[in-house]
Design a protein around this ligand. Structure first.
Ligand code: NDP
Ligand code: ZN
Length: 363
């Protein structure tokens, strides 16, 4: 850390250490690398915890498109600010801070001005890893499975000093990705909400929707986690082979499913005017298709996609989560167990908690 402080002070590149995959076989190995220097508006964060999102697995395995290797995934980052640039006003050294899926954007287009930075109309959304950093010589970005990160203060989320950082980390993606569509679809007391896929994102969708006063139902592949779902406030858990037996009509169904499935069966469960929000992103090879005809004949229902959430809404989500003590169920691991976690999350052994890497214990 001392070395990083000296580098920051001297305006030099920051030495970093992380866990990277070399190709789409996605086996993790330790790697030294460096990050851009701490600019006037940047902060340097010592990363303490990094969540593992299923998007990390899709990206590391090139399941959507060819990845940029070596790749250090991780966009659920929580840590402590150890240096600040000369113009930084939001943070001081010692503060807790979080970083989610983005580290920069143009800041000038309509979307950025509305704080929908994930949809930057100039194509300059810089995602936290596996992306080109348009603002730093087009170098690749490296994510949170590492010991530090340099980020523009605008893209860092304020985290209060007493917050449990291991639980905060997953909120920066799993939290915002589910909070955002619930707000967009105006879920309120009495809304009937379905959550398809009950993993890292699904459990957050369930907890938020319950807090917002909705009646929430979970759709999962099996009943293994029924008790947990009920404990978290679900009215019932239905298995996906029995959807025809479901009696409820839903105002909103959020699909967090990361594998091949048929979205039309969920469309059938919507009430008149109901909405199906797609957040799960299955691999391109097995990308689900939706019948346009069934769409037409299910008039007045809407299907929309939702991508994480903007920075302003991410701060709102974090404040809401802390105020209401809504946290993910987590399992803390060290970096040598990332390969195993990836296996578990793809073969049904994920257990429904969020794996979170304790970075300090891993070094
Ligand atoms: P997890 O692996 O934690 O959870 C996925 C869950 O879906 C598991 O519980 C799994 O069950 C379940 N599941 C798998 N296939 C089916 C199926 N056919 N029907 C019902 N349930 C199923 O993943 P995450 O929650 O981290 O991510 C989910 C998806 O969301 C990923 O595709 C990810 O890339 C995407 N994502 C999208 C974002 C966005 O902005 N739109 C942001 C973040 C993530 P089992 O335990 O049985 O395997
Ligand atoms: Zn994610």
């Amino acid at each position: 850390m001392q070395e990083n402080l000296e580098e920051a002070k001297a305006g030099k590149r920051i030495s970093s250490f992380g866990w990277a995959v070399a190709d789409k076989k996605a086996h993790f190995k330790a790697m030294k690398f460096s990050r851009h220097s701490v600019g006037a508006n940047d902060i340097l964060i010592e990363i303490l915890f990094a969540g593992i999102c299923h998007s990390d697995i899709h990206s590391a395995r090139s399941e959507w498109s060819d990845g940029i290797y070596p790749m250090i995934p991780g966009h659920e980052i929580a840590g402590r600010v150890i240096a600040v640039g000369s113009k930084v006003s939001k943070f001081k050294v010692g503060d807790f801070a979080g970083v989610g899926c983005m580290v920069n954007s143009c800041g000038e287009c309509e979307a950025c001005k509305k704080s929908h930075e994930q949809f930057c109309e100039n194509g300059k959304s810089v995602f936290t890893y596996n992306c080109t950093d348009y603002f730093h010589d087009n170098e690749p970005t490296y994510g949170g499975y590492s010991n530090n990160i340099v980020v523009s203060e605008k893209f860092a989320i304020k985290v209060p000093q007493n917050a449990p950082l291991d639980k905060v980390a997953p909120l920066l993606c799993a939290g915002i990705t589910t909070y955002s569509p619930l707000k967009f679809s105006k879920v309120k007391k009495g809304s009937v909400v379905g959550v398809a896929g009950f993993g890292g994102l699904g459990m957050m969708a369930l907890k938020y929707a319950v807090k917002m006063g909705a009646e929430v139902f979970v759709f999962a592949r099996n009943e293994k986690r029924k008790e947990e779902a009920l404990k978290m406030g679900a009215k019932a858990l239905y298995t996906t082979d029995k959807l025809k037996e479901v009696k409820e009509k839903f105002d909103l169904i959020i699909s967090t499913i990361p594998t091949a499935y048929n979205p039309s069966v969920y469309l059938d469960l919507l009430t008149y005017g109901g909405e199906l929000s797609i957040v799960g992103l299955p691999p391109t090879e097995v990308m689900p298709k939706i019948s346009l005809n069934s769409f037409v004949f299910k008039a007045n229902k809407r299907v929309y996609g939702s991508l994480i959430g903007g920075i302003k809404e991410t701060q709102e989500m974090l404040d809401f989560s802390l105020e209401n003590e809504i946290y993910p169920e987590t399992k803390i691991i060290t970096a040598d167990k990332i390969d195993e976690a990836y296996e578990n999350l793809t073969n049904g052994g994920g257990g429904g908690f969020r794996y979170v890497i304790d970075i300090k214990k891993s070094l």
